[in-house]
Design a protein around this ligand. Structure first.
Ligand code: SF4
Ligand code: SF4
Length: 286
């Protein structure tokens, strides 16, 4: 199963849930944990893997041969990201905006555009027991997270249980990380911000046609509006984790929840079983 763990907002404890699930499942199966929060990959703080492989990720950036260019402006017209402009007989390229889609070089009538690779980050692989960690890391100053996420996801081996730690929010990197999942677990907290961002995340996940459920972290505090929202939206609440000083201390020290508090082990087994059930009912209904 490919299970993504997302949250509409940062700081909800998404990585704590993703890593706890990975540790619980790794007792019986081989698990791949994909850290697709490439701007700030931090699953390894809990996993303590031994990184054995690292390689760069490039995107193709256009390069113009001005001896062939007629300054027709076609390349600027087709670029959906405003990464290329033609001004006063000069072609300007803004590499930080370029998505490397290749449209400009494909459509240049003079074949004046070639492409050169620009490094935007790295993919790293490591192991910790039965867990294989694959993490993407975007170079500081680079903006193009999706190509790195795609590269991380190329390593998915569907014979394993796969857990994807998704970046917070609802933008392109989130969609790139979640798409193709069998289920998406949305981690939230019972505050007005938590509810607002959860509802946005639910819209995105439903638009992608992926079944989802909710984990409420720091349950028992806040304004009590999350639970009515979930029941109104028919969103199963699959786990509640209370606000607990010991959990917060473990989190701040990078100790996995089920290692520091083994009494949570069964709760994570049960969480996964419930997800499997929802996925199989969903697949049967298709
Ligand atoms: S499309 Fe080609 S020829 Fe036209 S301005 Fe761009 S690089 Fe120059
Ligand atoms: S490769 Fe795509 S995104 Fe980059 S400048 Fe060309 S058209 Fe724009």
């Amino acid at each position: 199963m490919i299970l993504s763990v997302a949250s509409g907002k940062g700081g909800t404890g998404k990585t704590l849930i993703a890593t706890s699930l990975a540790f619980a499942l790794s007792e019986k199966n081989k698990v791949q944990l994909l850290d697709c929060d490439v701007e700030e990959p931090n699953a390894d703080i809990f996993i303590h893997s031994h990184i054995t492989q690292s390689y760069p990720v490039f995107i193709p950036i256009p390069k113009v041969d001005e001896t062939k260019c007629t300054y027709c402006g076609k390349c600027a017209e087709v670029c959906a990201y405003n990464a290329i402009a033609v001004v006063n007989k000069k072609v300007l390229i803004f590499p930080e905006l370029c998505h490397g889609c290749g449209a400009c070089s494909y459509l240049c009538p003079e074949s004046a555009i070639t492409e050169e690779g620009q490094e935007i980050g790295v993919v790293e692989k490591g192991n910790s027991g039965n867990i294989e960690l694959i993490q993407g890391r975007l170079t500081i100053g680079q903006l193009m997270a999706p190509p790195i996420i795609r590269e991380v996801k190329k390593h998915i081996d569907s014979r394993n249980e796969v857990i994807i730690d998704v970046s917070p929010g609802t933008s392109c990197p989130v969609v790139e990380a979640i798409k193709g999942s069998d289920f998406c677990l949305l981690v939230t907290e019972p505050t007005p911000f938590g509810l607002n961002d959860l509802s946005l995340a639910v819209e995105v996940v439903r638009e992608l046609g992926i079944p989802c459920g909710v984990v409420i972290n720091r349950a028992g505090v806040g304004d009590g509006k999350i639970e009515p929202y979930c029941s109104e939206q028919r969103l199963p609440i699959l786990l509640r984790i209370p606000l607990d000083r010991k959990i917060a201390t473990l989190y701040s020290k990078g100790v996995p929840l089920i290692e520091g508090m083994p009494e949570w082990r069964n709760a994570f087994f049960k969480l996964f079983q419930d997800i499997e059930e929802i996925v199989s009912v969903n697949q049967a209904a298709k």
